[in-house]
Design a protein around this ligand. Structure first.
Ligand code: ADP
Length: 152
């Protein structure tokens, strides 16, 4: 049976930190589905279509990777997609505490869906989509923190 991971997130926009996690996950799985979520309680800077396109362009050379969109509970979507693993990145203790609670709640709901965490590489650990949005909104050099495909 092939090992399929779902990497859910907002990717508003995709950053070099996300790219690092995804590239390091490629050898671990047969397939990685990057799932761009829409949450009605959240507002996004970049439209979903654009967030998806930037990820597709970033990984155009990697046949194991596909990009999909979803709404609603990540675990429900993971079940619909038939994946066995959820992939998440950890940057710092705050991420750990947050992700731990989500992963434990998810396990209560779907016990056979395993969450796999990769620790971010130190050089990208400070990068977040929210910092990129802040720099972009103020006309700063956000390109340092994102793959070259991100061209708003
Ligand atoms: P969410 O809205 O779910 O937080 P994000 O797009 O911000 O979505 O993040 C998706 C995943 O990527 C999360 O697991 C997050 O911890 C991880 N991530 C975000 N930025 C980085 C980074 N700089 N290095 C490693 N992982 C990261």
């Amino acid at each position: 049976m092939s090992r399929i991971a779902l990497f859910p997130g907002s990717f508003d926009p995709i950053t070099l930190g996300h790219v690092d996690i995804i590239e390091r996950a490629v050898p671990l799985f047969d397939e990685i589905k990057i799932a761009v979520g829409t949450n009605s309680a959240k507002s996004y800077l970049f439209p979903q279509e654009q967030r998806v396109q930037w990820i597709e362009q970033t990984f155009a050379h990697e046949p194991k990777i596909s990009v999909i969109t979803y709404e609603g509970l990540t675990v429900d979507f993971a079940k619909d997609q038939g994946v066995q693993f959820l992939l998440r990145g950890l940057r710092n203790p705050a991420d750990f505490e947050f992700e731990k609670a989500i992963a434990q709640a998810n396990r209560e709901m779907i016990p056979d869906l395993e969450t796999v965490f990769l620790l971010t590489s130190a050089r990208y650990a400070y990068i977040s989509s929210s910092i990129v949005r802040e720099v972009y909104n103020h006309g700063g050099d956000f390109q340092k923190f994102v793959p070259a495909t991100v061209q708003p």
